[in-house]
Design a binder for this molecule. Structure first.
Ligand SMILES: O=C(O)CCC(=O)C(=O)O
Ligand SMILES: [Fe+2]
Length: 211
């Protein structure tokens, strides 16, 4: 029989009660654990994040060398840690949801895809051998609704998640069996109509923030 490995995410039933929001699990893959979550952000928070990020976007850069790459054609920005009350509230909620202390969190990232833009299949963890404090889990939160395209697609699993304002997809890659981690390969499908905004939270294995 297959051994089910320990997961980071910890919930009973289909509801997660954080201090300020009741989040619903509306879809689930068990191993690797992938959750489709509803009611992670309010519509007002989605709109405010887009507003705040809009004039701070730059063409997304990939990995340690910080070169502009065709792997990702979208633009991105990072908020400062707890830079205002709303960001702090979201960070606290997300840390509770992901079951990882906020000190392990990377800065919250906003990604913007215009029509035709995409993010080719990639792993969120770093694959070079000497990484000391690797990423272990991801939450991609959708800030607007999409008419056509823009799904988060897991090609090795044949799984596509459609963006829905305020909802999110969660996945983790902290397994001992590296084949399970590799199954979290994912892409942002080309946006066919309109534009797409997401907020991404990556968590590290160990402390990443000073505070
Ligand atoms: O845009 C998406 O659906 C995926 C984003 C993503 O893979 C990331 O931010 O690491
Ligand atoms: Fe990713």
């Amino acid at each position: 029989m297959a051994i089910i490995e320990q997961t980071i995410f910890n919930s009973v039933g289909n509801k997660i009660m954080t201090k300020d929001k009741e989040i619903l699990i509306v879809g689930k893959m068990v191993e690797p654990l992938i959750l489709i979550l509803d009611n992670v952000l309010s519509f007002a928070e989605c709109d405010a994040l887009i507003d705040l990020a809009s004039n701070r976007m730059k063409r997304a850069k990939i990995g340690g060398s910080h070169v502009v790459s065709d792997i990702r054609t979208s633009s991105n920005m990072f908020f400062e840690e707890s830079e205002n009350e709303m960001i702090a509230t979201i960070e606290t909620r997300v840390s509770e949801l992901m079951n990882i202390p906020i000190s392990h969190a990377e800065p919250l990232q906003i990604l913007h895809y215009k029509t035709g833009e995409q993010y080719h299949p990639h792993f969120d963890y770093f694959t070079s051998e000497n990484v000391v404090n690797n990423r272990i889990s991801t939450l991609v939160m959708y800030l607007n609704d999409m008419a056509i395209g823009g799904e988060t697609f897991f090609p090795s699993l044949g799984l596509a998640v459609s963006p829905k304002k305020g909802s999110a997809v969660y996945f983790e890659y902290f397994y001992n069996d590296t084949r399970l981690n590799e199954l979290t390969l994912h892409a942002g499908n080309p946006v066919e109509v309109g534009e797409k905004w997401v907020a991404t939270q990556w968590m590290r294995r160990q402390r990443h923030r000073d505070m």
